[in-house]
Design a protein around this ligand. Sequence first.
Ligand SMILES: Cc1ncc(COP(=O)(O)O)c(C=O)c1O
Length: 468
Amino acid sequence: MSNDKYSLQKSMYRQVTDKDLFHQTHKYAMDYLDNVFDREVYPSEGSLAKLEAFDTAIPESRGDAAQIIKLLHENGSPNTVAQLGGRYFGFVNGSALPVTLAAKQLATFYDQNAGMTVISPLAAKLEEVVIRWLQMLFGLPTSTAVGFVSGTASANICGLAAARHRLLLNQGWNVNKRGLQGAPQLRVVAGKEIHATIFKALAILGLGHDIIEWVDVDDQGRLMVEKLPQLDDRTIVILQAGNVNSGSFDPFDEICDLAARTGSWVHIDGAFGLWAQTSGELRHLTKGIEKAHSWSVDAHKTLNAPYDSGIAMCVDEEAMGSALHMTGAYIMSEGGREGLYFTPEMSRRARIIELWAALKYLGRAGIDELVYGLHQRALQFAGQIGTVHGLNVPNEVCFNQVLLHCSSDELTVRLMEQVQQLRTCWVGGSSWKGRKVIRVSVCSWATTESDITRAVASFDQALKMITS
Ligand SMILES: Cc1ncc(COP(=O)(O)O)c(C=O)c1O
């Protein structure tokens, strides 16, 4: 240890004044950007072995900042997946628009906590502005309250917490004060294809999985209206805009009307699909969403904002604000935007900066072009892959998701693994209607027609390799 008790602080001040650390880091980042669009989509075995470089004991003493960043670049950069580029089709992971990366780079140095206006006037202002834009883009009431969270998993918790709060309050029960023990029984009605994060939310909220009254779905995973049980004013109906496999959309219009007549609450999980509302050609898929009570959607998927960026929206501001409310002697509100009333967290990074930049850059026309473009590339993929002998597409490509399978489950899995090994693109697996499928999610602004053609050629090559 140094004898100078301010030695650590002095060293760090030197880093911010001479800025070499940041210039070097910027250079690494630019090198990364130069390569990421054309490199292999997944790290090679050789690269993955380099991850061992991180396997050290906690250092006893202070390190060298420049060496630490160098270590990160040399061993970390090659071990990322090239999600920014145009041939990553895994899960439903978006890329990031260049303007959002630039905004994020600047915001890194702001290091803002978006919890309250008094902590970050900038974050509060941008949240207010973006809330108005989102209400308009999704066609939601201007009273819609919004929380900026880490993703749809978290946004689902917020929406369902608001639902639980309101429906119980309507029964004369304040769940914040009294908890769930002895509370009036609520009901949850959902289609058999809901996303796994809904289970997570129901468990966290103390409602449990067994509460779900399952409703049959059609061959695309859409909830069948005629199979709905009788709804009532103790029921939460959970719908989805964008099935994580097929990409299909539930019939919101009819179900929301039924719910309105019975006093039920409708929550829509619209992680990637809610954005269909912003495209003139695709808006028919989201017809009626404005009649629901709460919605969750990601900015880090279809909109291509950087991770992590989810949005929780609720037309019942009082229910959402009460469900997520917190107080403390030092929480002084002067009536401005207090984001912490609409999120589970108190402190959180100002992810609104990148979201604002994405919307400001694209504008309504650009968002439409982006979203519709993903659909067109998905159609192109389905069309081209359909010509490869032995591959079938079992879903209607209504949005950005394409499923495919071979003649047997075993062949499908082997094909997926072979495509992954070729590394021209990356796709994951799933199950659909009792069969193994390969799931292709077109979710990047960077995907060009030629990326799709290259990906299809890689499938063709992989299929030949495993069948010859
Ligand atoms: C329909 C649906 N809901 C929820 C989620 C979870 O979203 P996140 O990973 O942003 O929490 C996903 C993720 O793909 C999804 O497709």
